[in-house]
Design a protein around this ligand. Structure first.
Ligand SMILES: Cc1cn([C@H]2C[C@H](O)[C@@H](COP(=O)(O)OP(=O)(O)OP(=O)(O)O)O2)c(=O)[nH]c1=O
Length: 203
């Protein structure tokens, strides 16, 4: 396929910024107002977090392909991703409210959790998917820190109620894996998928 851009099927500004780092031109391919994006992220009982994140990412890709067809847009590869924070078998999604965000941060405090990000590319008839798995160690979070952080508003819209790219990183002792993956788009895996789809990244 001879294309000069990819469609980024994501509302996340972080994913657009991360894709910029690869030097790949991209255009948004966002859901219509009547599309139920939340339904895609419904959990299934007993499903392992790594399986969940890949299933949701495939569903996001299917929805994006249908959107491209419905809007009769020019063909180009589509990229999407999903990030899930897991404490053992438990999925810690985006917080419902301030209490939920504080409870999630208490659960992550003084412990180890995983951040899974699946990234998927559709190019022509091909569909490619990769999974990034990172291990994050949080120090013990004082109650006052949790309260200030929740009041700052940053936990909202973030899986696991935190953003590694923000001030809470001062309480992260160790990370093994992919920093960009934790932020929402693992650049090593994304570059490899795009290369497989015939799209060269810089440098
Ligand atoms: C753990 C963590 C998550 N996040 C963000 C990345 C994702 O935007 C969000 C997880 O939600 P997602 O459901 O993966 O993505 P989204 O709803 O923001 O965007 P879309 O589905 O349209 O692509 O949490 C951070 O920014 N930093 C972090 O450290």
């Amino acid at each position: 396929m001879n294309t000069t851009f990819v469609y980024l099927a994501s509302q996340s500004p972080r994913r657009a910024q991360l894709l910029d780092q690869l030097g790949v031109a991209h255009r948004p391919l966002l859901p219509a107002p009547d599309e139920d994006a939340e339904a895609l992220e419904a959990e299934r009982e007993g499903e392992a977090p790594a399986d969940y994140v890949q299933r949701v990412t495939r569903a996001k890709l299917d929805a994006a392909l249908a959107r491209l067809q419905a809007r009769a847009l020019p063909p180009a590869p589509i990229l999407c991703a999903d990030t899930t924070v897991a404490l053992g078998p438990r999925i810690l999604g985006k917080p419902r409210d301030a209490d939920d965000a504080a409870a999630t941060l208490r659960a992550l405090s003084a412990g180890v959790h995983h951040v899974y990000t699946a990234v998927a590319v559709a190019a022509g008839a091909r569909r490619l998917l990769a999974l990034s798995d990172s291990r994050v160690v949080f120090a013990a979070l004082p109650e006052a820190t949790i309260a200030r952080y929740v009041a700052s508003g940053e936990p909202f819209g973030k899986a696991g109620s935190y953003a590694i790219q923000g001030p809470i990183s001062a309480w992260i002792e160790r990370v093994e894996g992919s920093y960009s993956g934790i932020m929402g788009l693992p650049l090593f895996e994304t570059r490899a998928l795009l290369a497989e789809a015939g799209i060269a990244c810089a440098p």
